[in-house]
Design a protein around this ligand. Sequence first.
Ligand SMILES: O=C[C@H](O)[C@H](O)[C@H](O)COP(=O)(O)O
Length: 218
Amino acid sequence: MNKEKEKENAALAAVAFIEDHMVVGLGTGSTAYYAITAIAERVKKGLQIKAVPTSEQTATLALSLGIPLTDINAVDVIDITIDGADEFTKEKYMIKGGGGALLREKIVAAKTKREFIIADASKLVDHLGKFKLPIEVIPFARGYVMEELRKLQLKAAVRPFITDEGNNIIDVTYGKIEDPIALSAQLNEIIGVVTHGLFINLAFNILMGEGDQVKVFS
Ligand SMILES: O=C[C@H](O)[C@H](O)[C@H](O)COP(=O)(O)O
C-alpha cells in the first residue's frame, strides 16, 4: 500500500466524524489536503459547516474548493480539527511544523474539542526527534535564540521561510528527544520563542493509515 493511499484512508476516516453545523479546523500539509478535498466533496453535497484554516495556504485551498470559512475569533469553540503531523509516538506526542504552520495549528488545536491527527504509517516513531524540531521566534529574537541553542550545544538552522504571522523558524536537530514534556517547558522559557513544534496532550485521536487499514491511537 502506498503512502498517499494511507494518508487518504486516514483522512477519510476522520472526515466521517464531521456533522452538520460543526465548526471544523482545517490542517495544513499534504495529508490534511486529502481531508480538505473530502470535506469539499461533502460540502458540495449539502454538508453545512464553518471552517477555520490553520494557514493562509489552507485558506486559499479551502476557498477554491467552496468550503465556507470563518474567523477563529468569531467562534467560541472548534468541534473537530483534522490535521497532519511530522512524527508521532503511541503516547500521542507529536512534532508538527514541517510546513511552517505550527503556531496557528497549535492555537486551533488548543481551541478544538476533538483534534484528529491523520498520518501514514511512516510517521509513527518510538521516540520523537528524528524530524528536526521547528521553533517559531519573533525576528527580533532570532540571533538571541540561536545563541541560547548554541550554548545548549544544539545544531540549529534558521529556515529560509517567513510564517503567516511574520516570524522566523529555527529547525533544531535533536536526534532523540528523551522527555518531550520537559523539553517543551524548557523551550517555552526562552524569551522570543513564540512556540515550538512539540504538541503534547493536543491530539484526541491519531488515525494512522497502515496498509489498507486505519489504526486508531486514543
Ligand atoms: O506545518 C505543517 C504541519 O504541521 C503539517 O501538518 C505537518 O508538517 C505534516 O505535513 P504532511 O502531512 O505534509 O507530512
